[in-house]
Design a protein around this ligand. Structure first.
Ligand SMILES: Cc1cc2nc3c(=O)[nH]c(=O)nc-3n(C[C@H](O)[C@H](O)[C@H](O)COP(=O)(O)OP(=O)(O)OC[C@H]3O[C@@H](n4cnc5c(N)ncnc54)[C@H](O)[C@@H]3O)c2cc1C
Ligand code: SF4
Length: 470
């Protein structure tokens, strides 16, 4: 049987940012086993096969109207993400004390700030250099992307509430990535311009202290006397056990709770409060303003409907302005670029009715049950028809068309939540399991609430914080 200091499960953002933070602090003799369920399908393999991964993820979706996309393989879902990296706002972490809804996070924005900065440096994030919606200690590592025509008008009207979207889609080429050319098919970027674990963090796994095993699926965390002793995993059809002093779970918000459930680490909230943002696409016809001159897929973030007292009644919203014609250009002569596509993304309040659980009929697959989003999020969506004409008044609007409610943002959150009270949370503020003190759980599964903002920069910052506090 093999013995290690640490076993890390998964190679997505959570595990990779943990290793990035931990390796410089570890001794030369440290031995780390990383177990990754999928393979290392290269970017060129993905392009050639027009697919993200050669290893399908098997889940049972009991409410298939709601999708939960994620990818198995070296680099995890970083292969497919789109690279939008706004931070959360300070009040996102204090919803209960500020607005009387949801719960507070056990850590503050100030505690996270230095790790946000570090994560942005690793991802070479491009962001605004003329102010910021959230406090920052340092400028963004890369200059902002170029606005399009509608962005410029909104920036003029809302100088403190409208900004270039912070993104990990290169504005300036890095050593490993060319600059983004706004082709807008970022899930499988043809030029590899967006940050992925595969293109920027592979060096971690070449460290002599790390033993990476691919196609190695962890089945359960082994425990004895309230301590984790290692993991049971399957490779090449053979079940094996590896021992370690610390087990770090970075398998995402579906598989983190599922693995804990399979390890009999029960808790009334384990797997519960699965949630994500809910969003509305809107197309806006303009009179005399051309669009699509920006330099990346989404160029603007609006904060006009984000933080404020309305959050005690309904959900906050972040606005994304697209720089690509999401469905169609206009057909009228001379006006084909005079259309804007925006997405209005609302936070949701987690509910115990939405959950990940073990599946009686297929024990090797987690089951996901998600009857729907909260009335809090719905009330936010319901405000849009009345408020949009006012918010969009700085644009020469001809027509506003509500398109579809987005089926998923790809943001899976909240199934092993963090908190100070062990009765109401699975891990503590350092992401250590309340009962099994040598078991760490990383990723957006620890989010007690979501914000309208995309989660991955925050979960990466949290992994750096957890590594630093270990
Ligand atoms: C299409 C799409 C677009 C997105 N765009 C954005 C965006 O613009 N901005 C943003 O913030 N977020 C975005 N996201 C969300 C983002 O991808 C996730 O938040 C992020 O990948 C989660 O990171 P993670 O490391 O926790 O999990 P993952 O990246 O899912 O990694 C989990 C890892 O664990 C491995 N694993 C799972 N089970 C086991 C097991 N039993 N044994 C061993 N290994 C295992 C997996 O193979 C994988 O390597 C997007 C998601 C999708 C699908
Ligand atoms: S906009 Fe194009 S180049 Fe930029 S990250 Fe997306 S797919 Fe890649």
């Amino acid at each position: 049987m093999e013995n290690f200091d640490i076993i890390v499960i998964g190679t997505g953002f959570a595990s990779s940012f943990f290793l990035h933070g931990y390796l410089p602090r570890a001794s030369e003799k440290t031995r780390i086993l990383v177990l990754e369920r999928g393979k290392d399908d290269s970017h060129s393999w993905q392009l050639q096969h027009k697919t993200i991964s050669s290893t399908p993820s098997v889940i049972v979706n009991a409410t298939p109207a709601k999708r939960w996309p994620h990818y198995i393989g070296f680099g995890g879902t970083s292969r497919a993400w789109v690279g939008c990296t706004p931070r959360m706002m300070p009040n996102d972490l204090q919803l209960k004390s500020k607005y009387g809804v949801g719960v507070d996070w056990p850590i503050s924005y100030d505690e996270l700030e230095q790790y946000y900065t570090e994560a942005e440096i690793v991802m070479a994030v491009s962001g605004p250099n003329d102010g910021s919606p959230f406090p920052r200690s340092q400028p963004y590592p890369q200059p902002p992307h170029r606005f399009n025509g509608p962005d410029k008008l909104l920036k003029q009207a809302y100088p403190d509430l409208y900004f270039q979207q912070p993104v990990a889609r290169a504005r300036v080429a890095t050593n490993n990535r060319p600059l983004c050319c706004a082709s807008g098919v970022c899930t499988l970027c043809p030029t590899d311009a967006k940050f992925t674990v595969q293109n920027e963090m592979t060096y971690l796994y070449q460290d002599p202290r790390i033993n990476l095993k691919l196609a190695a699926e962890v089945l359960a965390v082994e425990t004895e006397g309230g301590q984790a002793t290692g993991v049971r995993y399957m490779q090449n059809g053979v079940e094996q056990v590896a021992k370690a002093d610390l087990v770090v779970l970075g398998a995402n918000a579906i598989f983190n709770p599922y693995l804990l459930q399979r390890s009999n680490l029960t808790h009334p909230l384990l797997g519960k409060r699965l949630h994500e943002q809910v969003s509305q696409y809107v197309s806006i016809d303009l009179d005399g303003v051309d669009n699509f001159q920006g330099s990346t897929m989404i160029t603007g973030n609006g904060y006009m409907l984000y933080d404020g007292p309305h959050r005690s009644k309904h959900a906050a919203c972040i606005i994304e302005n697209f720089n690509i014609p999401l469905s169609t250009l206009r057909v009228e002569r001379g006006k084909w670029r005079q259309r804007c596509y925006m997405k209005f993304i609302f936070e949701d309040l987690p509910s115990a009715d939405n959950y990940v659980t073990e599946n009686e009929t297929s024990p090797n697959m987690p089951k996901i049950v998600h009857p729907g989003h909260s009335t809090y999020a719905q009330r936010g969506l319901d405000t849009l028809p009345a408020i949009l004409p006012k918010i969009l008044a700085p644009l020469p609007v001809e027509d506003i068309n509500f398109l579809h409610i987005n089926n998923t943002e790809g943001h899976i959150q909240g199934t092993t939540i963090m908190g100070n009270n062990p009765a109401e949370s699975i891990v503590d503020k350092n992401l250590i399991h309340h009962k099994v003190r040598n078991l760490m759980v990383l990723g957006s599964s620890v989010f007690p609430t979501c914000s309208p903002a995309n989660p991955t920069l925050t979960l990466s910052a949290l992994a750096l914080l957890a590594a630093a506090r270990l």
